[in-house]
Design a protein around this ligand. Structure first.
Ligand code: S3P
Length: 169
């Protein structure tokens, strides 16, 4: 049985990049929850937040998780807020291993600044403050998972680290 591998963590910690690389190495299918929601709804995440509200987006995340948790052999990169719903965590845990990627607030800001329009929660006058505030709110949730610090490491190095953590090497 190929248990799913789930990468979570705050925005800009590299979940999608790493998830894609890991899936390729393991010959698993890669799913990014934000991209999947965009594909299914025909709207960007930013549009869903603006037109339908955050609650509608969270509902779509929840339905997607219920579906993905029934499958195997997936590498799933989650949106950063998805694990704030304990029901999602419960479903994901049943289907596989969850690893949380971490980075400092400054690194997160640097990474998300490359595509600011895709992160509606950080559309603020002081994005660094907002990042700190959200990290604070989410710290105990993220802390329940195995942690993989991403600072100063290349995507390839991190993929190797992840494979070691998950005992694939
Ligand atoms: C969010 C993270 C985003 C996306 C949405 C909300 C969050 O995904 O799901 O903008 O609440 O942290 P990434 O973590 O992939 O940026």
């Amino acid at each position: 049985m190929k248990k799913n591998i789930i990468l979570t963590g705050f925005m800009g910690t590299g979940k999608s990049t790493l998830g894609r690389l890991l899936a390729r190495q393991l010959n698993y299918k890669f799913i990014d929850t934000d991209s999947e929601i965009e594909k299914r709804s025909g709207k960007t995440v930013a549009d869903i937040f603006r037109e339908d509200g955050e609650a509608a987006f969270r509902q779509q995340e929840k339905e997607l998780v219920e579906e993905l948790a029934q499958k195997q052999g997936l590498v799933i990169s989650t949106g950063g807020g998805l694990v704030m719903n304990p029901q999602n965590v419960q479903n994901l845990r049943k289907s596989g291993e969850i690893v949380c990627l971490t980075a400092s607030p400054d690194e997160i800001l640097e990474r998300v600044s490359k595509q600011p329009e895709t992160r509606p929660l950080l559309k603020e006058a002081e994005p660094l403050e907002k990042i700190r505030e959200l990290l604070q709110q989410r710290s105990s949730t993220y802390a329940q998972f195995r942690q993989l610090p991403t600072s100063g490491q290349s995507p390839d190095e991190l993929t190797t680290r992840l494979l070691e953590m998950l005992q694939f090497v």
